[in-house]
Write a protein that binds this ligand. Structure first.
Ligand SMILES: *Cc1c(COP(=O)(O)O)cnc(C)c1O
Length: 459
């Protein structure tokens, strides 16, 4: 008999969560204008809105917090973090910042100018935002399989090398300050990139003398998938794979709210002293002095410990298996889900789930609200609301697929919470043919409307 999978940690501190009644939830979601961002966290039983900054720290991390050195300059906590950045990530120069988008802001201020072209695998929205804010253009070169829900591919985050080369030939290397590789690729569902693909991207970038920037928010989860899925890596340690993966990068940005296993923090890693010097100016302007950036000394201590813990294979196995557990349960219950399951979330295909709800009535949002009503579970709409309006025509942009994303915080929930979530969705799935109407917009902002939109039920 095979062992069932058990978590690689036990629980020292608990935080009670409240299971509300359906009547309470009906009232609360109405008061929230049917926008899950407007709910208070104590109105939520299981919060799968995001895996960003929502993880649980270990006893060792909390202990490290007490060792935080809050000196303005040259804090010992900075040097502790520096040692870990060198040892695990293999970078000689780094800057601490307060979160991932701050890393983008600082580094792109140094390197990106108007008219630049930045190819990559499906850029994350803040990354794209920081590129477009500087009047540069992000070009998505992800392989086609990433967008085809019917095909399974072990590395759906991979870059299409031919497409990347075409972009370089078309615009010229002078226009391209760097190529971005996001590990794992959040935008296409937390899908990993293979070492083979990273090597090919690096080779091509090298031929044209273009630097490679890795967005390393989920570097350890990516390394785990390489170990599991890529030929020849079964017997390599995650630490070794991380070292190889990042050895191809000239720079990295990282939101430490994911694989840093901390609630706040970010990093920029660089190999070039020249780039470090340039970025340092912006770091001082936007974040803080070089030895703390946007972080308190105690947060740098917790991050140094978190980076050690995240490359632990038993931790990563629990992490990835939990996401897979939820995905498999949903699959068993017949709920349409994106496959293979990613590293940090399970994506429910809302169009396949609710075929009777018209597209103009926000199908994924309808399902997300229904899931809250059913089980007090908060998820994220990755659909028409998020896709926003066309900037010129102001018409809704309808994405090819609409998802409800169930993002799983690290070390926070048990498999019973996952099972509860799967059952809630299965119960909705049983009565899906009675759900025929969705929502209409009462009020929206001109950009990033999904955060603040007010909705009302149709009919
Ligand atoms: C979260 C994230 C970011 C931005 O980081 P924040 O800490 O939220 O500012 C950038 N890239 C990727 C891939 C991310 O997942």
């Amino acid at each position: 008999m095979d062992f069932p999978f058990a978590e690689s940690y036990k629980i020292k501190t608990v935080e009670p969560v409240y299971r509300s009644t359906r009547e309470q939830r009906e009232q609360w979601i109405k008061e929230a204008h049917y926008n899950l961002f407007n709910l208070r966290s104590n109105q939520v039983f299981i919060d799968l809105l995001t895996d960003s900054g929502t993880g649980a720290m270990s006893a060792q991390q909390w202990a490290a917090i007490m060792n935080g050195d809050e000196s303005y300059a040259g804090a010992s906590s900075y040097y502790k973090l520096k040692k870990v950045v060198e040892e695990i990530l293999g970078f000689p120069f780094f800057l601490p910042v307060h979160q991932g988008r701050a890393a983008e802001n600082v580094l792109f201020s140094a390197l990106v100018k108007e008219g630049d072209i930045i190819p990559g695998n499906a850029h994350f929205d803040t990354t794209k935002g920081h590129i477009e804010f500087r009047k540069a253009v992000a070009i998505d070169c992800t392989i086609d399989e990433a967008y085809d829900t019917s095909v399974s591919h072990p590395f759906k985050g991979n870059i299409d090398i031919g497409r990347l080369e075409n972009v370089i030939l078309r615009y010229g290397k002078e226009k391209i300050p760097f190529i971005i590789l996001t590990l794992t690729c959040n935008t296409v569902g937390g899908q990993p990139v293979s070492i083979e693909n990273i090597r090919l991207v690096k080779k091509l970038a090298g031929q044209y003398g273009i630097p490679l920037l890795v967005d390393a928010a989920r570097f350890a989860e990516n390394a785990w998938f390489i170990r599991e899925r890529e030929e020849g890596f079964r017997n390599r340690s995650v630490r070794e794979i991380v070292a190889e993966m990042l050895s191809y990068a000239d720079m990295f940005t990282m939101s430490c709210k994911k694989d840093g296993l901390v609630n706040i923090g970010g990093l920029i890693g660089m190999r070039s002293k020249e780039v470090f010097d340039k970025a340092s100016v912006y770091n001082i302007m936007f974040e803080g002095f070089l030895t703390y950036g946007g972080m308190a000394g105690r947060d740098m201590e917790a991050l140094a410990e978190g980076l050690e813990e995240v490359v632990d294979e038993q931790y990563l196995e629990s992490r990835i298996r939990q996401v897979e557990f939820l995905g498999k349960k949903l699959d068993e219950f017949g709920v349409p889900v994106l496959k293979p399951f990613g590293g940090h979330a399970v994506f429910v295909d809302a169009l396949a789930f609710l075929p009777l709800v018209p597209r103009e009535q926000y199908v994924a949002q309808t399902l997300a609200v229904e899931l809250y009503r059913e089980g007090g579970i908060r998820s994220a709409e990755i659909g028409t609301l998020m896709a926003d309006r066309d900037p010129v025509t102001r018409e809704n942009r309808y994405p090819r697929v609409e998802y409800v994303r169930l993002a799983i915080p690290r070390r926070v929930y048990t498999d019973n919470h996952m099972l509860y979530t799967a059952v809630a969705l299965a119960r909705i799935f049983e009565r899906r043919n009675f759900i025929r109407t969705g929502y209409s917009i009462v009020k929206e902002q001109p950009i990033l409307r999904h955060f603040t939109v007010h909705l009302k039920p149709v009919g």
